[in-house]
Design a binder for this molecule. Sequence first.
Ligand SMILES: Cc1cc2nc3c(=O)[nH]c(=O)nc-3n(C[C@H](O)[C@H](O)[C@H](O)COP(=O)(O)O)c2cc1C
Length: 354
Amino acid sequence: MPSGRRSRPVPWVSPQVPHRLYSPMPAAATAAAIGPHPLPTRFALSPMADFTSWPLRLLAQEFGAAFSCTEMVKAKFVAQRHPETLKILARHPAERLVGGQICGADETELAEAARVLVGELGFPFVDFNLACPIRRVVSDGAGGGLLAHPEKVERLVRVLVAAAAPAPVTVKMRSGLDESSITAVEVARAAEAGGAALIALHPRTVRQGYGGKADHGVVAAVKQAVRVPMVGGGDMRSPADAVRLLAESGCDLVYFARSATGDPWIFHRARARLDTGAEPPPPGEAEVRAVFRRHVAMLIEHLGERDACLHARRLAREYMGRLPEDRAAGFYEALKRVETLAEVEAALGGRERR
Ligand SMILES: Cc1cc2nc3c(=O)[nH]c(=O)nc-3n(C[C@H](O)[C@H](O)[C@H](O)COP(=O)(O)O)c2cc1C
């Protein structure tokens, strides 16, 4: 089982989300793959600090995400087998295609981190972060700081590919450092030359952080510049946004990030929209509560009761968007101060309501 085991069992962990609406759909298989791993759909869960631990990743997988990545961790701490870092990297045995995402700019640390991720932790692939806008990371020449140095990107990717082999290495990048330095095409080509198996782009600059607008024109430019599969993203608020980005940029897959934190159903809706042109009806209130409950139960398993409940407050704000307007505020009000499992249970009204 994953690390972070809790001391007492959570009785209402159901083995899986109710699948009555989410049985596999036909078609939608893509030609894209990450190395030897075929990607069954064209939508994936983008890495997010604090959010994409195994509980959300597992839900996303069950609702049809093709793959996901851990949140970014520093290669140095992976190489040192830092206990906190290893906890962040915990996976659930039922997870399939998850990349361990690392940042760094030191060849020795990156190589050792890749060996730990693949050889010791069993990750099926390694994702190299060239996107992080945090000042400390950028000023170390790592994350988004590497966008100014395509030649270094090629060298580091080559080192990672050699260390991770036979597992593939993917790259997640931004458009460039700022609007006067859009280097996405050069960096993507460099990553491909270094042996990257897939390139994902968040088309904002480092300077933009998470503000302003994503420039989806850069997704199209990168797609044209590389032969490996390409994932576009940025401001994907709905399945319609994602299907439009696939059509307009030609990218192979789309990453959902913020819109998926309280809406794992988005992967199923996106796939349905792409396959049939229509989306299934939204989940009913009982299902939203059941999935939220299971999400919290898994978080308790991962983080322990107190930290999981603190995170559940944030999640409640995200999940409330899935409820009819007249029910959403009450749902959030009931959950916004929970500290214990018993309080979560009480707020959700006991066992599953139908
Ligand atoms: C809270 C938060 C944490 C994030 N953490 C990471 C991360 O650890 N690694 C990464 O590559 N991107 C990270 N991102 C960026 C997202 O993966 C994604 O590229 C970005 O949010 C754009 O997608 P969106 O506009 O659909 O949210 C993070 C984003 C948010 C909002």
